[in-house]
Structure formats: structure tokens, C-alpha cells
Design a protein around this ligand. Structure first.
Ligand code: GBH
Length: 502
């Protein structure tokens, strides 16, 4: 073979293996997300009752890094027309936002409906319709009415009924305006961070116990809402309904170490599989390794029954297949470095039930301690979802980057670009069915226990000013160009000055 031929061959193969995709497929949709408690404010006006985040931030203000809370937040309750203007500027196809349960149903039950709260979401939906922005509505993004928490919240099986009633109300009231529903945002974060730990409200710290009670009831509540929609509302309203599961993706620190590879798989089953396996597999129920590990640990703790109860056949069948799409929230990847008990883990706990040591020593840091930038992990997660869950249709329902709020947010742009590029790769090279992408988030907002100290927005929000002025960051321009051309923006001005070619 001549030198020229070899050169051509190399060029072609390298082209194939490192293809640089920029264009999104026909029909791929782009959106942006927020959550009620993080943006609305108006925490105690117009009939809204107290939710678990109001309660936590008012009774234990020191639990939020900068002492802020959601009392006013971005004031979206009063300024939703500004939100819509920003969405219009970004050129998004859809807006993912959440309903505040305590604003719609102040008792948490359907015995009291708050007309002002109901009107608020109608106004927002109508304003979106006017701009041709499709709503994707999350029913539950962490802000449980405190009165239901006082009954045990998701640790109490009655929540299955209460959540179904709340969903029923929302489908009936808004179903002709909303074609895309998300039941729960990040069930892991609800159950593990809020019931099993103190990372989220109500911060119960019932490690290894409350977290598993929660998952049991939450999965049933999700399934009941799905069936209700599917049987009663879908025939008339013609929409779709899904769940959004967050992944911290676990990679083995050494991909050639088979023990670490197996352990990372266990960690992914505990993290993502905990909620995905019951819904998205043929087999249904919790992942086998989870059931086994918890049963074994529970026995050695002297318990008479496992801390994680198994679903019976009725519930296995009832929960299976209850999501039209796999909704994935993704931010970061952690490394599994070895077997053993994490010295910081409580006992018993979800962590100890996994039995792995992890590390964050990978990728560039962000403003959040839990968060490093690892786009390759995102691609691996998506391929794993394809193979683990029989190639489901996928929506990325959150993905975004935290800094301290700079307007020239080149690192955020790079994060979006690298993660969008990972999506194009897995679509084109691996046949993963990603249908849409949601950036987190429209504007800097109340980042839970981090308050306003970590900022994820396309728009900067000045929280020292009562008017909450919003200023577009450079990333807003980037996203606008992306949605306009449906391809990765090539403009040099989106690169750091030092990295520009001219
Ligand atoms: C999402 O959660 C949420 O859906 C969204 O509301 C949020 O604003 C966004 O991400 C950005 O964080 O106590 O330091 O260990 C993402 C997953 C999991 C991120 C728990 C923060 C714990 C922080 N979250 N995590 S820490």
C-alpha cells in the first residue's frame, strides 16, 4: 500500500472514530427548567401554605450556606411575564417548571382548592401558549406541604393516595393546556437526601431506614398517578407522562480493575437503578443487588425484616412500564476507588449498603463541592441506560453548571457544549434515543441548602434589589444561537479570549 493510501485510510478511520457532530436531528427539542420553590417566592401570600422548605429555612436558617431562603427568591410569582420574556429570548421549544402543591392545595388534600394559586398557573400557561412555548410540568419538585410532612411525608403510605388526588386535580384543571407531565423530580434526592440525610428538607436523617420507606411509597405514588393519567385523562388529553431520575454516574477509578468495574455497577444500581429498575426493566422491582445487600446488612444488624422491603407481585406489575420516556437529570460523575465502608458514612445507611468508597478526584471543579465536570461520564451513562433499560426514548430533563454568577460565563458555555456534543455522539454512534434537552436553569435561583451562593442560570439575578433585576449572561446568547440553528454554535466569541483562534 502506498504511503498516500495509508494516509488516506488513517484520515478516514480517524474521521469515523472521532467524528465531530454539530447538527441535531430533525425533531430534537430544546428547553430550560426551573422549580417552583427556587423561583416563585410569595411564600405566604395569596393562599399558599407552608411547605417543607419554608419550614426548614425559617426554623433552621443556619442550614442554608448564605442564610437566604425562598421567601422572595426570583419573585416569579409576581414577575412571571419577565420569565416568559427571557424564555422567548432564549428561543426554547419548551419550558419545564413545577407546580407548588402548597399553593394549589393548602391542606395538601383536595378538600381546599386555592383559587389564586390555580389562576397563577393558568396565567403562566396562557402566556407561554401565546409565545408557542410548550409547558413540561413537574408535579413534585421537593416542596411538600408541611402539614403532610407532619404526618410523615413519603414515609407514610397515605402519601400514595394524597399524591394521586393532587395529580388528579392537576390533570383535570390543566390537562387541556399541558401535554407533558413529570411526576417526581429526582426521587433519589427526595428519599436519600431528605429522609436518609440532612441535605434536603425535611432533613430527617433517618439513614438506612426513612430513605427506603420513602422510595416504596414514592414509587407507588408515581405509578398510581401514571395509571390515572393513562386510563382517565390520556384518551381525552393526549399527553405523555414520565419521571425524572438524577444520576451521579459512577466510574471505576481503574477501568482495567474488574473488581472496581463490578463495584461501580453496584453503585449505579443503587443510585440510578433504585428508581429506574422498578419502572424501566422487564423484570421490575428493585435491583437484585440492592435487595440482597440490604437484606444481608439488616440480618447482621439483628433486624427481623430487611430495611428495604421488596414489592409484591401486584406492585411489581403495577409499577413496571409507568413512564412514557426516561427523564434523566445529569450533572456529574464520581469515581469508585475501592470496596469498603466510607469512613464518613453513617450506619446503617444507603452508603454502607453499597459498600464502596468513592472519590471526586476527576474533572474540573465547579462552584459546588459535589460537582466536577466529566462529559465522558455523561456519554457512558447514556449508553448504559440504552443497554440496561432496553433502549428507551430519553429526555434530558436537567443538565447545567454552577459558578458564582459571572456574566462572562465561558466555563458554563463549555460545559453545555461538551455535554451537548456527548449527546450527539451517543445518538449518532451508539443509537441512543435522546429526543430533547433541558438546560438547568433559566436564571440564578434559590439553590436549596447552597442558597444563592451557587449559580446555575442563563440570567444573573440581583437578589439585593427588590426588583430582582435579571441580566443575560453570555451563555444566554450561546443557547439562543443553539435553539435558532439547531446546531452547536461555532462562534469564536463563545470561547475564552485566550482560546480563540483570532
Ligand atoms: C438538581 O439536583 C435539582 O433538580 C435542582 O433543583 C437543582 O437546582 C439542580 O440540580 C442543581 O443542583 O449536600 O453538597 O452533597 C441535582 C442533584 C443532588 C445536587 C444532591 C446537590 C447534594 C449537595 N443534587 N446534591 S451536598
Amino acid at each position: 500500500m502506498s504511503t498516500v493510501a495509508i494516509f488516506v485510510l488513517l484520515a478516514v478511520t480517524s474521521c469515523v472514530s472521532h467524528a465531530h457532530y454539530t447538527k441535531f436531528p430533525e425533531g430534537f427539542i430544546f428547553g430550560v427548567a426551573t422549580a417552583a420553590h427556587q423561583i416563585e417566592g410569595a411564600w405566604n401570600v395569596s393562599g399558599k401554605s407552608e411547605n417543607v422548605w419554608d419550614h426548614l429555612t425559617h426554623t433552621k436558617p443556619w442550614m442554608v450556606a448564605d442564610g437566604t431562603n425562598g421567601d422572595i427568591a426570583c419573585d416569579s410569582y409576581n414577575r412571571y411575564m419577565e420569565d416568559v420574556e427571557e424564555l422567548t429570548n432564549l428561543g426554547v421549544d419548551f419550558y419545564r417548571f413545577s407546580f407548588s402543591w402548597a399553593r394549589l392545595l393548602p391542606t395538601g388534600r383536595i378538600d381546599q382548592i386555592n383559587p389564586e394559586g390555580v389562576q397563577y398557573y393558568h396565567n403562566l400557561l396562557d402566556a407561554l401558549a401565546e409565545k408557542n412555548i410548550e409547558p413540561f410540568v413537574t408535579l413534585f419538585h421537593w416542596d411538600l406541604p408541611q402539614s403532610l410532612q407532619d404526618l410523615g411525608g413519603f414515609a407514610n403510605p397515605i402519601m400514595v393516595d394524597y399524591f394521586r388526588d393532587y395529580a388528579d386535580f392537576c390533570f383535570r384543571e390543566y390537562g387541556d393546556k399541558i401535554k407533558s407531565w413529570i411526576t417526581f423530580n429526582e426521587p433519589y434526592e427526595i428519599c436519600e437526601d431528605a429522609y436518609g440525610d440532612i441535605k434536603k428538607a425535611p432533613a430527617l436523617n433517618s439513614h438506612g431506614v426513612g430513605n427506603y420507606l420513602c422510595s416504596h411509597n414514592l414509587l407507588k405514588a408515581h405509578a398510581e398517578a401514571y395509571h390515572l393519567y393513562n386510563e382517565t385523562y390520556r384518551p381525552k388529553q393526549n399527553g405523555r407522562i414520565m419521571i425524572s431520575i438524577n444520576s451521579i454516574w459512577y466510574e471505576p477509578a481503574d477501568p482495567n480493575d474488574s473488581e472496581l468495574v463490578a463495584l461501580a455497577e453496584v453503585a449505579n444500581q443503587f443510585k440510578f437503578g433504585w428508581f429506574a429498575h422498578p419502572i424501566f426493566t422487564e423484570e421490575g422491582g428493585y435491583p437484585a443487588v440492592m435487595v440482597e445487600n440490604v437484606a444481608q446488612n439488616s440480618r447482621s444488624e439483628g433486624l427481623t425484616k430487611p430495611r428495604l422491603e421488596q414489592f409484591d407481585d401486584y406492585w411489581i406489575e403495577r409499577i413496571k412500564g409507568t413512564s412514557d420516556f426516561l427523564g434523566i437529570n445529569h450533572y456529574t460523575t464520581h469515581l469508585v476507588t475501592g470496596p469498603g465502608l466510607d469512613p464518613n458514612a453513617k450506619s446503617p445507611s444507603w452508603w454502607n449498603d453499597i459498600g464502596a468508597i468513592t472519590s471526586l478526584e476527576v474533572g474540573e471543579p465547579t462552584a459546588s463541592t459535589w460537582f466536577r465536570v466529566v462529559p465522558t461520564g455523561f456519554a457512558n451513562l447514556l449508553r448504559w441506560c440504552k443497554s440496561s433499560y432496553n433502549n428507551p426514548p430519553i429526555y434530558i430533563t436537567e443538565n447545567g453548571y454552577s459558578d458564582r454568577g459571572t456574566l462572562e460565563d465561558y466555563d458554563r458555555i463549555k460545559y453545555f457544549n461538551d455535554h451537548l456534543s456527548a449527546i450527539l455522539h451517543v445518538i449518532n454512534d451508539d443509537g441512543v434515543r435522546v429526543l430533547g434537552y433541558t438546560a438547568w436553569t433559566l436564571m440564578d435561583n434559590f439553590e436549596w441548602r447552597a442558597g444563592f451562593s451557587e449559580r446555575f442560570g442563563f440570567y444573573h439575578v440581583d437578589i439585593t434589589d427588590p426588583a430582582r433585576p435579571r441580566t443575560a449572561k453570555l451563555s444566554a446568547d450561546y443557547y439562543k444561537q443553539l435553539t435558532a440553528n439547531r446546531e452547536l454554535p461555532q462562534d469564536e466569541r463563545f470561547k475564552k479570549p485566550s482560546e480563540r483562534r483570532y
